[in-house]
Design a protein around this ligand. Structure first.
Ligand code: AMP
Ligand code: MG
Length: 333
């Protein structure tokens, strides 16, 4: 069974910057954050060890805070409390949880509901299907779809409510990106020269790479998840990269793998897009679009706002073909 804590594979691999000049890099790999692997890296001048340690600790704290507020894997978080209440009850939420819900609903609007943070009941049905070893019936799916729908969530300045009994939110499609942005802010406030935050498939870099040039990132080959890279390297000076794929988290039913990303229109796991990589200035934007494009397929590329670029691998017949936006900058190694 797939649980948050056993998820281990990261989609993006950074290429080690060497020690260079008067800058040194420091890193931490906090465990048990958002059910995935995490890497924090800061670049400081020689003698800046205390600043580096402070930045790493603050970044870790920022990631953990998002987890304990918004995880739906444990019952004590704000979002789990929201999920447990009945229709039309207002639940007071922290400003950060409200902000994530607001961004999630904006994504739902921008993608015509392909991104839907209320797909919790549908995910639950597939999770149970995995436990019971059977693909969910049409009836179960229809019932779960009847309890979801992003237009049925209301937000006020301080609180949220649902308009249908049994609706559950799941912000797994953007929470990691949001958390990465908060961790980057924490590093910047601590005064480091550069940094990198990676949480599973979401990554953001800023400032000096410690290499004397842009940050260079590899994109994992979805056909060989053990670690080989596509023959491409992304070079970015500053910004975020997010990858959604169907091989990190999935449901296995009857020996077949089903993606953890659901098409809210059919209630079924997506199948046609094995991997999407999105580049944007903010991690939450890259994260939301990578999940949404997995549902929308190539038609979704036209919806991307300025400054957001994507590389998509699409199943076509028996082959997997690349589709990308013209501005997706990737250089051969
Ligand atoms: P990501 O790894 O960022 O692509 O997010 C995948 C996670 O988003 C899943 O594990 C679910 O928690 C959630 N999710 C699944 N389907 C959708 C969807 N259609 N819209 C928004 N979130 C989704
Ligand atoms: Mg995402």
């Amino acid at each position: 069974m797939v649980t948050a804590v056993v998820t281990i594979a990261a989609f993006l691999i950074w290429i080690l910057p060497a020690r260079q000049g008067l800058l040194v890099t420091m890193e931490a790999r906090p465990e048990g954050v958002m059910g995935t692997t995490t890497l924090l890296r800061v670049v400081v001048p020689i003698g800046g060890g205390a600043t580096g340690r402070r930045a790493l600790a603050a970044a870790e704290q920022a990631l953990r805070e998002v987890d304990w507020r918004m995880s739906t894997w444990v019952e004590i978080t704000e979002l789990s409390r929201f999920n447990a209440v009945g229709a039309d009850e207002w639940v007071k939420l922290s400003p950060s949880t409200l902000a994530v819900l607001e961004v999630a609903l904006e994504f739902a609007e921008a993608t015509g509901g392909a991104f839907d943070p209320t797909c919790g009941p549908i995910l639950e049905v597939w999770r149970r299907g995995e436990e019971e070893g059977a693909v969910p019936s049409e009836d179960l799916l229809a019932e779960a779809m009847g309890r979801s729908g992003w237009r049925r969530v209301r937000l006020s300045e301080t609180s949220a409510s649902k308009q249908v009994e049994g609706l559950r939110v799941d912000v797994g499609g953007i929470a990691k990106g949001w958390a990465v942005d908060r961790a980057v802010e924490a590093m910047q406030e601590a005064g480091v020269r550069g940094g990198l935050v990676q949480c599973g498939g979401d990554l953001r870099v800023f400032g000096e790479s410690g290499q004397g040039r842009e940050w260079r990132l590899g994109v994992r080959d979805p056909n060989r998840p053990e670690g080989s890279l596509l023959p491409d390297t992304l070079s970015i000076a500053e910004g975020a990269v997010s990858t959604s794929g169907n091989y990190e988290r999935f449901y296995t039913i009857g020996g077949r793998r089903y993606s953890h990303i659901i098409d809210p229109r059919s209630g079924r796991p997506v199948d046609a897009v094995p991997q999407v990589t999105v580049v944007a200035s903010e991690s939450v934007v890259a994260d939301g679009w990578s999940t949404a494009l997995t549902v929308l397929g190539p038609d979704g590329l036209g919806l991307l706002p300025d400054g957001v670029e994507a590389l998509m691998l699409v199943r076509e017949g028996g082959a997997i073909v690349r589709q990308e936006t013209p501005g997706f900058r990737i250089s051969a190694r």
